[in-house]
Design a protein around this ligand. Structure first.
Ligand SMILES: Cc1cc2nc3c(=O)[nH]c(=O)nc-3n(C[C@H](O)[C@H](O)[C@H](O)COP(=O)(O)O)c2cc1C
Length: 202
């Protein structure tokens, strides 16, 4: 049998920014992936995502699109990432609104974000939803359960305090690094916990 030794495929990661507060997570994720190198990023931003990017960060469309290797409109349902035959390492929705969570949980594929997430799940690839809302109602909780049952990872961007972050930036960076590490596409980038040392029984 002959095995093809053609050009190796790039590691591709799909990133979607939706209209939950915390647009910084999507932006920092794209910046970090670009700094790491070796990852081809595919970006989508929902209509509400564009609002929060401008309101929270003062960013316009061109600034954000430039952070990714490929940008896709959420209406571009014929995009490469709409098909399972386009190999990717998976997808992160950062941040993920309750509306997009609901679309994914119910397999609606009503825009390219929900379709790409649907494809990611059906191909059994990694899907990480950085859901953001508080408090949760029962629909939110049920939708998170449904996504988890389908193999997705629900990852609310809740900061850890035990590493004593010195700034909001440090908290965001730590969260983003942990999300990247969930994909195993590069050596770990998040800070590893070495334990509290001696005399740590509670
Ligand atoms: C400033 C702002 C902050 C918002 N924050 C949240 C939030 O944290 N979580 C959420 O689920 N929706 C939030 N929303 C509402 C969503 O943007 C809205 O439900 C929208 O329809 C989501 O659509 P999308 O998933 O296509 O982006 C916020 C809206 C605005 C304008």
């Amino acid at each position: 049998m002959t095995v093809s030794t053609g050009t190796p495929r790039p590691t591709r990661l799909i990133v979607a920014i939706t209209g939950a507060t915390g647009a910084i997570y999507g932006v920092r994720l794209l910046e970090r992936l670009r700094a790491m190198g070796g990852v081809e990023t595919h970006l989508m931003v929902s209509g509400a995502g564009w609002l929060t990017l401008r309101h929270e960060l003062g960013l316009e469309r061109a600034d954000v699109q430039a952070l990714a290797d490929q940008y896709h409109s959420v209406r571009e349902i014929g995009a490469n990432i709409a098909s399972g035959s386009f190999a990717t390492a998976g997808m992160v929705v950062a941040p993920c609104s309750m509306k997009t969570l609901a679309s994914v949980a119910h397999g609606l594929s009503d825009n390219l974000i929900a379709r790409a997430a649907d494809v990611t799940l059906k191909e059994r690839r990694r899907l990480v939803l950085m859901v953001r809302e508080t408090p949760f109602n029962l629909a939110h909780l049920r939708n998170m359960t449904a996504v988890t049952e389908m193999g997705g990872i629900v990852y609310p961007p809740l900061p850890a305090f035990y590493n004593r972050p010195e700034s909001l930036d440090a908290m965001v960076d730590d969260t983003v690094a942990r999300v990247i590490d969930l994909f195993g596409i590069a050596p770990p980038v998040s800070t590893s916990w070495d334990g509290l040392g001696k005399d740590t029984e509670a």
